[in-house]
Design a binder for this molecule. Structure first.
Ligand code: 5RP
Length: 222
């Protein structure tokens, strides 16, 4: 099976997972990326069965609205019962690296407000140890060089993602060369650097459910 077919399979599985909980008052949290897009496309035919969505990026907001799904501000919603999103890497503890699409900060905010986080990923994203995928760190632009020097002290090789401005008007440093043995600790350490908005480790708040697309079918991991 192709990677795209595996992504489609987990998007289908996520639809099956959330359909029983849809009510007229339900506002879903929706992630960002190609896997999340496949989920959004499959959600569209169900649009009359729930109230709407909170989006983790301008791109997902535009896609949801184009498909007739109303998008709400998180501040007006408070919490969402479930957040559905992809990942760049996920380990056995359902800790993740996210932010390949530069949406990590809003993704982390919506995930923080979600009662349940369902991660949808093709099998290539499953790793034993996080870190082969470069860890994205969103920074305030004027702090970029300072933050990069601090990340070097932690062992990383940070690379400025040229030409990318996040939905929040910030920049991204992609951090190479560290295999992350203790993700919660590393997430906290990086967030403590002045000028960091957030980093792509989703460990303190990992996923609750992983729907993993494999050649043998979709595995449901909790
Ligand atoms: C965007 C993300 C995505 O969830 C992550 O990059 C996975 O993307 P895809 O589903 O396209 O493989 O964190 O910031």
């Amino acid at each position: 099976m192709t990677q795209d077919a595996l992504k489609a399979a987990v998007a289908d599985a996520a639809i099956a997972e959330i359909t029983p909980m849809l009510e007229k008052s339900t506002v879903l949290g929706i992630g960002t990326g190609s896997t999340a897009n496949l989920f959004i496309d499959r959600l569209a035919p169900l649009r009359d069965r729930f109230k709407g969505a909170v989006a983790s990026s301008d791109a997902s907001k535009a896609r949801l609205e184009a498909l007739g799904i109303e998008v709400f501000e998180l501040n007006d919603v408070g919490t969402v019962p479930v957040y559905i999103d992809g990942a760049d890497e996920v380990n056995g503890a359902l800790e993740m690296i996210k932010g390949g699409g530069a949406a990590l900060t809003r993704e982390k905010i919506v995930a923080a407000c979600a009662e349940r986080f369902i991660c949808i990923a093709d099998g290539s994203k499953r790793v034993e140890t996080l870190g082969r995928f470069p860890l994205p760190v969103e920074v305030i632009p004027m702090a970029r060089s300072y933050v990069a020097r601090e990340l070097v002290k932690l062992g990383f090789e940070p690379v400025y993602r040229q030409g990318v401005v996040t939905d929040n008007g910030n920049q991204i440093l992609d951090c190479f060369e560290v295999m992350i043995e203790r993700p919660v600790e590393m997430e906290t350490r990086i967030n403590a650097i002045v000028g960091v908005v957030t980093n792509g480790l989703f460990a303190a708040r990992g996923a609750d459910v992983l729907l993993l697309g494999t050649a043998g079918g979709v595995e449901r991991v909790t």
